[in-house]
Design a protein around this ligand. Sequence first.
Ligand code: BGC
Length: 437
Amino acid sequence: MKSFKLPKTLKMGSATSALQIEGNIKWSNWLRWSEFHYIFDGSTCAHTTNHYNHLEEDVELLKTLGHECYRMSIEWSRVEPAKGVFDPEAMRHYRKEVQLLIDNGIEPMITLHHFSDPIWFEDLGSWQNPKSKEYYLRFVKKMIHVLGDLVTYWVTFNEPNVYFQGTCIDGTFPPGQVGLGNYFRGSLVMIDCHIEAYKLIHLYYRTRLHKKVMVGVAHHLAYFTLAKKPHWWETIGVKFLNRYFHEFYLEGMTYGHILFPFKLKGVQYGRYADYMGINYYARHLVRATPHIETFYMTLEPMKGGNYSDLGWEIYPEGLYYFGKKLYKSYGLPLLITENGTSDSKDEFREQYISDHLYQVNRLIKEGIPVTHYYHWSFLDNFEWADGLTPKFGLVEVDYETEERHIRPSALFYKKVIKERVIEKCQCIETDTTQEIR
Ligand code: BGC
Protein backbone atom coordinates (compact mmCIF):
# COMPACT_ATOMS: atom_id res chain seq x y z
CA MET A 1 0.00 0.00 0.00
CA LYS A 2 1.33 3.41 -0.97
CA SER A 3 0.34 6.99 -0.23
CA PHE A 4 -0.27 9.98 -2.50
CA LYS A 5 -1.41 13.60 -2.39
CA LEU A 6 -4.30 15.15 -4.29
CA PRO A 7 -4.15 18.73 -5.59
CA LYS A 8 -6.32 21.49 -4.08
CA THR A 9 -7.70 22.23 -7.56
CA LEU A 10 -9.85 19.09 -7.48
CA LYS A 11 -13.24 19.87 -5.91
CA MET A 12 -14.72 16.96 -3.99
CA GLY A 13 -18.25 16.18 -2.84
CA SER A 14 -21.06 13.77 -3.57
CA ALA A 15 -24.13 13.28 -5.76
CA THR A 16 -27.78 12.26 -5.48
CA SER A 17 -30.93 12.34 -7.57
CA ALA A 18 -34.31 13.65 -6.41
CA LEU A 19 -36.42 10.55 -7.05
CA GLN A 20 -33.94 8.36 -5.19
CA ILE A 21 -33.97 10.37 -1.95
CA GLU A 22 -36.81 12.90 -1.75
CA GLY A 23 -39.89 10.74 -1.09
CA ASN A 24 -43.51 11.78 -1.62
CA ILE A 25 -43.18 12.34 -5.34
CA LYS A 26 -46.70 11.48 -6.44
CA TRP A 27 -46.44 12.43 -10.09
CA SER A 28 -43.41 10.41 -11.21
CA ASN A 29 -43.66 7.37 -13.46
CA TRP A 30 -41.29 5.62 -11.02
CA LEU A 31 -43.84 5.76 -8.21
CA ARG A 32 -46.47 4.21 -10.45
CA TRP A 33 -43.96 1.59 -11.67
CA SER A 34 -42.72 0.69 -8.20
CA GLU A 35 -46.26 0.45 -6.83
CA PHE A 36 -47.02 -2.07 -9.57
CA HIS A 37 -44.34 -4.29 -7.93
CA TYR A 38 -41.75 -4.08 -10.68
CA ILE A 39 -38.91 -3.66 -8.17
CA PHE A 40 -36.69 -6.69 -7.38
CA ASP A 41 -36.97 -6.41 -3.58
CA GLY A 42 -40.63 -5.37 -3.61
CA SER A 43 -39.91 -1.87 -2.23
CA THR A 44 -41.21 1.43 -3.63
CA CYS A 45 -39.82 4.94 -3.92
CA ALA A 46 -42.77 6.40 -1.99
CA HIS A 47 -40.74 7.53 1.05
CA THR A 48 -37.04 6.66 0.76
CA THR A 49 -35.03 9.08 2.94
CA ASN A 50 -37.65 11.84 2.93
CA HIS A 51 -34.89 14.28 2.04
CA TYR A 52 -37.51 16.79 0.90
CA ASN A 53 -38.47 17.33 4.53
CA HIS A 54 -34.95 16.94 5.97
CA LEU A 55 -33.43 19.65 3.83
CA GLU A 56 -31.73 21.75 6.51
CA GLU A 57 -30.45 18.69 8.38
CA ASP A 58 -29.05 17.14 5.18
CA VAL A 59 -27.28 20.30 4.04
CA GLU A 60 -25.84 20.60 7.54
CA LEU A 61 -24.56 17.02 7.14
CA LEU A 62 -22.93 17.86 3.80
CA LYS A 63 -21.18 20.73 5.53
CA THR A 64 -20.11 18.52 8.45
CA LEU A 65 -18.65 16.11 5.92
CA GLY A 66 -16.51 18.89 4.45
CA HIS A 67 -18.11 18.83 1.00
CA GLU A 68 -16.94 21.41 -1.53
CA CYS A 69 -19.54 20.54 -4.17
CA TYR A 70 -22.81 18.64 -4.42
CA ARG A 71 -24.66 17.30 -7.46
CA MET A 72 -28.45 17.08 -7.11
CA SER A 73 -31.35 16.77 -9.52
CA ILE A 74 -34.62 18.59 -9.98
CA GLU A 75 -37.64 16.31 -10.04
CA TRP A 76 -39.46 17.38 -13.20
CA SER A 77 -42.73 15.74 -12.10
CA ARG A 78 -42.73 17.74 -8.87
CA VAL A 79 -42.15 21.03 -10.67
CA GLU A 80 -44.66 20.25 -13.45
CA PRO A 81 -47.13 17.71 -11.98
CA ALA A 82 -49.58 18.17 -14.86
CA LYS A 83 -48.81 19.16 -18.44
CA GLY A 84 -48.06 22.89 -18.56
CA VAL A 85 -48.92 23.40 -14.86
CA PHE A 86 -45.94 24.49 -12.79
CA ASP A 87 -45.94 24.31 -9.00
CA PRO A 88 -44.51 27.53 -7.47
CA GLU A 89 -44.03 25.82 -4.11
CA ALA A 90 -41.77 23.13 -5.64
CA MET A 91 -39.72 25.76 -7.48
CA ARG A 92 -39.33 27.78 -4.27
CA HIS A 93 -38.18 24.63 -2.51
CA TYR A 94 -35.42 23.93 -5.04
CA ARG A 95 -34.29 27.55 -4.94
CA LYS A 96 -34.11 27.32 -1.16
CA GLU A 97 -32.06 24.11 -1.40
CA VAL A 98 -29.56 25.60 -3.84
CA GLN A 99 -29.27 28.80 -1.80
CA LEU A 100 -28.67 26.76 1.37
CA LEU A 101 -25.83 24.90 -0.33
CA ILE A 102 -24.22 28.13 -1.45
CA ASP A 103 -24.62 29.70 1.99
CA ASN A 104 -22.74 26.73 3.38
CA GLY A 105 -19.90 27.08 0.90
CA ILE A 106 -20.96 24.11 -1.25
CA GLU A 107 -21.00 24.56 -5.03
CA PRO A 108 -24.22 23.14 -6.55
CA MET A 109 -24.41 21.14 -9.77
CA ILE A 110 -27.94 20.68 -11.13
CA THR A 111 -29.18 17.70 -13.14
CA LEU A 112 -32.33 18.42 -15.11
CA HIS A 113 -33.27 14.84 -15.94
CA HIS A 114 -32.23 11.83 -13.89
CA PHE A 115 -34.27 8.80 -15.08
CA SER A 116 -37.63 9.92 -13.65
CA ASP A 117 -40.37 11.27 -15.97
CA PRO A 118 -43.70 12.89 -15.09
CA ILE A 119 -46.64 10.48 -15.46
CA TRP A 120 -48.37 12.85 -17.91
CA PHE A 121 -45.22 12.87 -20.07
CA GLU A 122 -45.00 9.06 -20.10
CA ASP A 123 -48.68 8.76 -20.94
CA LEU A 124 -48.15 11.00 -23.97
CA GLY A 125 -45.55 8.57 -25.34
CA SER A 126 -42.45 9.57 -23.36
CA TRP A 127 -39.33 10.20 -25.53
CA GLN A 128 -40.96 8.36 -28.42
CA ASN A 129 -43.26 11.34 -28.82
CA PRO A 130 -41.72 14.00 -31.12
CA LYS A 131 -43.43 16.66 -28.94
CA SER A 132 -41.31 15.59 -25.96
CA LYS A 133 -38.67 18.08 -27.08
CA GLU A 134 -41.11 20.96 -26.67
CA TYR A 135 -42.13 19.71 -23.20
CA TYR A 136 -38.58 19.15 -21.98
CA LEU A 137 -37.35 22.53 -23.21
CA ARG A 138 -40.26 24.31 -21.55
CA PHE A 139 -39.23 22.71 -18.25
CA VAL A 140 -35.55 23.59 -18.82
CA LYS A 141 -36.45 27.21 -19.53
CA LYS A 142 -38.45 27.39 -16.32
CA MET A 143 -35.61 25.99 -14.23
CA ILE A 144 -32.87 28.24 -15.61
CA HIS A 145 -35.18 31.14 -14.92
CA VAL A 146 -35.64 29.95 -11.32
CA LEU A 147 -32.02 28.93 -10.58
CA GLY A 148 -29.82 30.48 -13.25
CA ASP A 149 -28.43 33.27 -11.11
CA LEU A 150 -27.27 30.74 -8.49
CA VAL A 151 -25.93 27.93 -10.67
CA THR A 152 -22.90 27.49 -12.96
CA TYR A 153 -22.90 23.72 -13.58
CA TRP A 154 -25.85 22.08 -15.37
CA VAL A 155 -26.34 18.45 -16.44
CA THR A 156 -29.05 18.21 -19.10
CA PHE A 157 -29.37 14.41 -18.87
CA ASN A 158 -28.06 11.69 -16.58
CA GLU A 159 -26.88 8.55 -18.38
CA PRO A 160 -29.04 8.50 -21.51
CA ASN A 161 -27.59 5.05 -22.37
CA VAL A 162 -28.64 3.48 -19.05
CA TYR A 163 -32.04 5.16 -19.28
CA PHE A 164 -32.74 3.64 -22.72
CA GLN A 165 -31.21 0.29 -21.81
CA GLY A 166 -33.58 0.12 -18.82
CA THR A 167 -36.67 1.33 -20.65
CA CYS A 168 -36.16 -0.31 -24.06
CA ILE A 169 -33.71 -3.24 -23.78
CA ASP A 170 -34.15 -5.03 -20.46
CA GLY A 171 -37.47 -3.43 -19.53
CA THR A 172 -36.56 -2.83 -15.90
CA PHE A 173 -37.35 0.92 -16.11
CA PRO A 174 -40.79 2.37 -16.81
CA PRO A 175 -42.59 2.24 -19.18
CA GLY A 176 -40.74 -0.94 -20.22
CA GLN A 177 -41.37 -0.51 -23.96
CA VAL A 178 -38.81 -3.10 -25.03
CA GLY A 179 -37.51 -2.89 -28.60
CA LEU A 180 -34.38 -1.74 -30.44
CA GLY A 181 -36.48 0.68 -32.54
CA ASN A 182 -37.65 2.41 -29.36
CA TYR A 183 -34.08 2.52 -28.05
CA PHE A 184 -32.77 4.43 -31.06
CA ARG A 185 -35.87 6.56 -31.71
CA GLY A 186 -35.99 7.76 -28.10
CA SER A 187 -32.22 8.26 -27.94
CA LEU A 188 -32.23 10.48 -31.02
CA VAL A 189 -34.96 12.64 -29.50
CA MET A 190 -32.92 12.93 -26.29
CA ILE A 191 -29.77 13.86 -28.21
CA ASP A 192 -31.75 16.57 -29.98
CA CYS A 193 -33.17 17.78 -26.64
CA HIS A 194 -29.69 18.03 -25.14
CA ILE A 195 -28.39 20.09 -28.07
CA GLU A 196 -31.34 22.48 -27.91
CA ALA A 197 -31.11 22.76 -24.11
CA TYR A 198 -27.38 23.49 -24.42
CA LYS A 199 -28.09 26.33 -26.85
CA LEU A 200 -30.97 27.65 -24.79
CA ILE A 201 -29.04 27.73 -21.51
CA HIS A 202 -26.08 29.44 -23.16
CA LEU A 203 -28.32 32.04 -24.77
CA TYR A 204 -29.99 32.80 -21.44
CA TYR A 205 -26.69 33.18 -19.58
CA ARG A 206 -25.17 35.30 -22.36
CA THR A 207 -28.07 37.69 -22.81
CA ARG A 208 -29.67 37.82 -19.35
CA LEU A 209 -27.18 36.77 -16.70
CA HIS A 210 -23.87 37.75 -18.27
CA LYS A 211 -22.01 35.04 -16.41
CA LYS A 212 -20.15 31.84 -17.07
CA VAL A 213 -22.06 28.60 -17.47
CA MET A 214 -20.95 24.99 -17.89
CA VAL A 215 -23.42 22.63 -19.55
CA GLY A 216 -22.91 18.94 -20.22
CA VAL A 217 -24.16 15.38 -19.82
CA ALA A 218 -23.35 12.79 -17.12
CA HIS A 219 -22.36 9.83 -19.34
CA HIS A 220 -22.33 6.30 -17.98
CA LEU A 221 -19.11 4.56 -19.03
CA ALA A 222 -18.96 0.80 -18.53
CA TYR A 223 -15.61 -0.94 -19.10
CA PHE A 224 -16.42 -3.83 -21.45
CA THR A 225 -13.82 -6.54 -21.72
CA LEU A 226 -13.28 -9.95 -23.34
CA ALA A 227 -12.16 -13.34 -22.09
CA LYS A 228 -8.64 -14.49 -23.13
CA LYS A 229 -10.01 -16.56 -26.02
CA PRO A 230 -13.22 -14.81 -26.99
CA HIS A 231 -15.98 -16.21 -29.16
CA TRP A 232 -16.31 -14.22 -32.42
CA TRP A 233 -19.75 -13.02 -31.33
CA GLU A 234 -18.24 -11.55 -28.12
CA THR A 235 -15.64 -9.62 -30.14
CA ILE A 236 -18.42 -8.13 -32.25
CA GLY A 237 -20.44 -7.57 -29.06
CA VAL A 238 -17.79 -5.36 -27.44
CA LYS A 239 -17.51 -3.29 -30.63
CA PHE A 240 -21.29 -2.96 -30.88
CA LEU A 241 -21.62 -1.96 -27.21
CA ASN A 242 -18.83 0.58 -27.36
CA ARG A 243 -20.38 2.12 -30.47
CA TYR A 244 -24.07 2.18 -29.55
CA PHE A 245 -23.94 2.29 -25.75
CA HIS A 246 -21.08 4.83 -25.51
CA GLU A 247 -20.05 6.61 -28.72
CA PHE A 248 -23.57 7.11 -30.03
CA TYR A 249 -24.32 9.45 -27.09
CA LEU A 250 -20.81 10.89 -26.69
CA GLU A 251 -20.59 11.89 -30.36
CA GLY A 252 -24.22 12.95 -30.64
CA MET A 253 -24.36 15.04 -27.51
CA THR A 254 -20.88 16.56 -27.73
CA TYR A 255 -20.67 17.32 -31.46
CA GLY A 256 -24.13 16.74 -32.93
CA HIS A 257 -22.46 13.91 -34.86
CA ILE A 258 -25.05 11.21 -35.41
CA LEU A 259 -23.50 7.80 -35.99
CA PHE A 260 -24.31 5.79 -39.12
CA PRO A 261 -26.89 4.55 -40.05
CA PHE A 262 -28.93 7.14 -38.16
CA LYS A 263 -29.82 10.71 -39.05
CA LEU A 264 -31.24 13.62 -37.11
CA LYS A 265 -32.91 16.32 -39.15
CA GLY A 266 -31.81 19.90 -38.53
CA VAL A 267 -28.86 19.03 -36.28
CA GLN A 268 -25.58 20.62 -37.24
CA TYR A 269 -22.04 19.75 -36.26
CA GLY A 270 -20.90 22.00 -33.45
CA ARG A 271 -19.79 21.79 -29.83
CA TYR A 272 -22.61 21.16 -27.42
CA ALA A 273 -20.77 20.40 -24.19
CA ASP A 274 -18.50 22.48 -21.95
CA TYR A 275 -17.23 19.51 -19.96
CA MET A 276 -17.37 15.74 -20.05
CA GLY A 277 -19.30 14.17 -17.17
CA ILE A 278 -18.12 10.63 -16.34
CA ASN A 279 -20.19 8.23 -14.25
CA TYR A 280 -17.97 5.21 -13.67
CA TYR A 281 -18.63 2.08 -11.61
CA ALA A 282 -17.33 -1.25 -12.91
CA ARG A 283 -15.86 -3.62 -15.49
CA HIS A 284 -17.98 -6.19 -17.35
CA LEU A 285 -17.04 -9.33 -19.23
CA VAL A 286 -19.04 -9.70 -22.46
CA ARG A 287 -20.21 -13.31 -22.94
CA ALA A 288 -22.11 -14.98 -25.76
CA THR A 289 -25.30 -16.77 -24.63
CA PRO A 290 -28.10 -18.67 -26.34
CA HIS A 291 -30.78 -16.15 -25.32
CA ILE A 292 -32.43 -14.25 -28.15
CA GLU A 293 -34.06 -11.66 -25.86
CA THR A 294 -30.63 -10.33 -24.80
CA PHE A 295 -29.25 -10.50 -28.36
CA TYR A 296 -27.28 -13.68 -27.48
CA MET A 297 -25.10 -11.71 -25.10
CA THR A 298 -24.75 -11.09 -21.35
CA LEU A 299 -22.50 -9.06 -19.12
CA GLU A 300 -20.76 -10.83 -16.25
CA PRO A 301 -18.21 -9.75 -13.66
CA MET A 302 -14.65 -11.01 -14.35
CA LYS A 303 -13.62 -13.93 -12.13
CA GLY A 304 -11.14 -13.49 -9.28
CA GLY A 305 -11.71 -9.78 -8.62
CA ASN A 306 -13.27 -7.70 -5.86
CA TYR A 307 -17.00 -7.08 -5.95
CA SER A 308 -19.59 -4.74 -4.49
CA ASP A 309 -22.72 -6.01 -2.70
CA LEU A 310 -24.44 -5.95 -6.11
CA GLY A 311 -21.73 -8.21 -7.57
CA TRP A 312 -20.21 -5.43 -9.70
CA GLU A 313 -16.49 -5.90 -10.25
CA ILE A 314 -14.40 -3.12 -8.72
CA TYR A 315 -11.88 -2.02 -11.35
CA PRO A 316 -10.39 1.43 -10.62
CA GLU A 317 -8.12 1.46 -13.71
CA GLY A 318 -11.28 1.75 -15.81
CA LEU A 319 -11.70 5.30 -14.54
CA TYR A 320 -8.20 6.20 -15.73
CA TYR A 321 -8.88 4.51 -19.07
CA PHE A 322 -12.06 6.50 -19.73
CA GLY A 323 -10.56 9.78 -18.50
CA LYS A 324 -7.63 9.39 -20.86
CA LYS A 325 -9.74 8.24 -23.79
CA LEU A 326 -12.38 10.95 -23.48
CA TYR A 327 -9.85 13.72 -23.02
CA LYS A 328 -7.97 12.53 -26.08
CA SER A 329 -11.18 12.46 -28.16
CA TYR A 330 -12.91 15.63 -26.93
CA GLY A 331 -10.33 17.78 -25.10
CA LEU A 332 -12.91 18.96 -22.57
CA PRO A 333 -12.44 19.30 -18.80
CA LEU A 334 -13.50 16.14 -17.01
CA LEU A 335 -15.91 15.96 -14.09
CA ILE A 336 -16.35 12.62 -12.36
CA THR A 337 -20.08 13.12 -11.92
CA GLU A 338 -20.58 9.70 -10.21
CA ASN A 339 -18.36 7.00 -8.75
CA GLY A 340 -19.25 4.81 -5.81
CA THR A 341 -20.16 1.39 -4.50
CA SER A 342 -22.87 -0.57 -2.77
CA ASP A 343 -21.39 -1.66 0.58
CA SER A 344 -23.95 -2.18 3.35
CA LYS A 345 -21.30 -3.06 5.98
CA ASP A 346 -19.04 -0.18 4.95
CA GLU A 347 -16.18 -2.66 4.62
CA PHE A 348 -14.56 -1.58 1.36
CA ARG A 349 -15.94 1.90 0.53
CA GLU A 350 -12.83 3.58 1.96
CA GLN A 351 -10.55 1.47 -0.24
CA TYR A 352 -12.84 2.06 -3.22
CA ILE A 353 -12.56 5.82 -2.77
CA SER A 354 -8.78 5.67 -2.31
CA ASP A 355 -8.14 3.52 -5.35
CA HIS A 356 -10.43 5.51 -7.65
CA LEU A 357 -9.01 8.83 -6.46
CA TYR A 358 -5.57 7.42 -7.24
CA GLN A 359 -6.66 7.01 -10.87
CA VAL A 360 -8.08 10.55 -10.87
CA ASN A 361 -4.76 11.83 -9.56
CA ARG A 362 -2.91 9.86 -12.25
CA LEU A 363 -4.93 11.73 -14.90
CA ILE A 364 -4.27 15.10 -13.25
CA LYS A 365 -0.54 14.36 -13.03
CA GLU A 366 -0.55 13.72 -16.78
CA GLY A 367 -1.99 17.20 -17.34
CA ILE A 368 -5.62 16.14 -17.89
CA PRO A 369 -7.95 18.69 -16.27
CA VAL A 370 -10.16 16.72 -13.89
CA THR A 371 -11.92 19.45 -11.93
CA HIS A 372 -14.56 17.68 -9.78
CA TYR A 373 -15.13 14.31 -8.11
CA TYR A 374 -18.69 13.52 -6.90
CA HIS A 375 -18.95 10.36 -4.85
CA TRP A 376 -22.14 8.34 -5.36
CA SER A 377 -23.87 8.73 -3.08
CA PHE A 378 -24.39 11.16 -0.21
CA LEU A 379 -27.29 9.15 1.31
CA ASP A 380 -28.52 5.57 1.02
CA ASN A 381 -31.25 5.69 -1.60
CA PHE A 382 -33.80 3.99 -3.82
CA GLU A 383 -31.62 2.13 -6.30
CA TRP A 384 -34.13 2.00 -9.22
CA ALA A 385 -34.99 -1.61 -10.20
CA ASP A 386 -32.97 -2.90 -7.21
CA GLY A 387 -35.09 -0.95 -4.74
CA LEU A 388 -34.05 0.06 -1.24
CA THR A 389 -31.73 -2.91 -0.57
CA PRO A 390 -28.37 -1.68 -1.98
CA LYS A 391 -26.50 0.79 0.24
CA PHE A 392 -24.49 3.36 -1.67
CA GLY A 393 -24.56 6.11 0.97
CA LEU A 394 -21.69 7.82 2.72
CA VAL A 395 -24.50 8.36 5.21
CA GLU A 396 -26.66 5.44 6.27
CA VAL A 397 -30.40 6.07 6.45
CA ASP A 398 -32.89 4.11 8.54
CA TYR A 399 -35.94 4.20 6.27
CA GLU A 400 -38.32 3.58 9.20
CA THR A 401 -37.14 6.30 11.56
CA GLU A 402 -35.51 8.49 8.89
CA GLU A 403 -32.45 8.76 11.14
CA ARG A 404 -29.11 9.47 9.48
CA HIS A 405 -25.83 7.83 10.63
CA ILE A 406 -22.50 8.92 9.25
CA ARG A 407 -20.56 5.86 8.05
CA PRO A 408 -16.82 5.60 8.96
CA SER A 409 -15.94 5.86 5.23
CA ALA A 410 -17.66 9.27 5.15
CA LEU A 411 -15.34 10.48 7.93
CA PHE A 412 -12.41 9.09 5.99
CA TYR A 413 -13.59 10.95 2.85
CA LYS A 414 -14.00 14.14 4.88
CA LYS A 415 -10.36 13.86 5.98
CA VAL A 416 -9.26 13.32 2.38
CA ILE A 417 -11.15 16.42 1.24
CA LYS A 418 -9.48 18.47 3.98
CA GLU A 419 -5.95 17.08 4.03
CA ARG A 420 -5.65 15.85 0.43
CA VAL A 421 -3.63 12.82 1.51
CA ILE A 422 -4.46 9.17 0.94
CA GLU A 423 -2.29 6.83 2.92
CA LYS A 424 -3.36 3.33 1.92
CA CYS A 425 -3.82 2.99 -1.78
CA GLN A 426 -3.40 -0.03 -4.03
CA CYS A 427 -2.09 2.33 -6.73
CA ILE A 428 -2.69 -0.09 -9.60
CA GLU A 429 -1.33 0.98 -12.96
CA THR A 430 -2.33 -1.79 -15.36
CA ASP A 431 -1.46 -0.56 -18.81
CA THR A 432 -4.80 0.11 -20.44
CA THR A 433 -3.36 2.71 -22.82
CA GLN A 434 -2.97 0.34 -25.75
CA GLU A 435 -6.75 0.04 -25.71
CA ILE A 436 -7.17 3.79 -26.14
CA ARG A 437 -7.90 4.40 -29.78
C1 BGC B 1 -27.22 6.23 -11.71
C2 BGC B 1 -27.61 6.38 -10.27
C3 BGC B 1 -27.53 5.03 -9.59
C4 BGC B 1 -26.09 4.58 -9.64
C5 BGC B 1 -25.82 3.25 -8.94
C6 BGC B 1 -26.01 5.34 -11.94
O1 BGC B 1 -26.23 4.53 -13.04
O2 BGC B 1 -27.03 7.49 -12.29
O3 BGC B 1 -28.88 6.93 -10.21
O4 BGC B 1 -28.02 5.04 -8.30
O5 BGC B 1 -25.70 4.41 -10.98
O6 BGC B 1 -26.45 2.22 -9.62
